[in-house]
Design a protein around this ligand. Sequence first.
Ligand code: FPP
Length: 239
Amino acid sequence: MKKDIDYNNLPEHIAIIMDGNGRWAKKRMLPHSAGHKAGSETLKAIVEEAEKIGIKYITVYAFSTENWDRPKEEVDYLMNLMDEFLTDNLSASKKNNYKIQIIGQRQRLRKDLQDKIKKLELNTKDKKGINLIIAISYGGRDEIARAVKEISRQVVKGAIQLDRIDEALVARYLDTKDIKDPDLLIRTSGEQRTSNFLIWQSAYSELYFSDKLWPDFNAEDLKTAIVDYQSRERRFGGR
Ligand code: FPP
């Protein structure tokens, strides 16, 4: 018999690599953009479901630093989809309980998107529902390099002493400074790698790989991933 979720042992933070939009579209002889569109609908549904289950944080990989190398039409389409997603959430921010944050190189985004992000973060900062973190123009190595640069700047200024640099200090210079590390990292589409996503933060995350393509991933699949997580013994390097 299929096991049910144990609501007393939920992962507090789930990170998701939403992969397989292109293959989903190809299977249907649709343009790649149709896969991204379907993927953004899946994202809405999964965030809703995660909030219902009682997950506190969900971080999704919407656009990587490497994704800038995709064809211009695809990049533009993805930026427009994100614009639409932010706009919808801005209008819903009165009734919705989501706290939304963006991580990544936001200065590389269109100015209007940057403005919308600022507004959405401000409007939702005191919300008590699920924390939705969207990684846009994000790369784990880039995030660490930016942190190293900023810490070095502080050292040169004399604001940080070299001997004070430890893991906790580095973590405070990452985009995720106020966010607890993910407990569970899900990747869809059968690929088994983490592709530069939250590489510092996922050091002890449980990894879960689903064969479903992202647009096909549904509430049941999310629950299955959580049940699987709950069967694991987390030792964080201890005994
Ligand atoms: C990977 O699929 C997915 C992406 C590169 C983008 C993810 C974006 C969304 C799910 C929707 C937009 C996001 C928001 C926040 C509205 P792929 O194109 O690499 O798929 P493939 O490997 O099958 O080609």
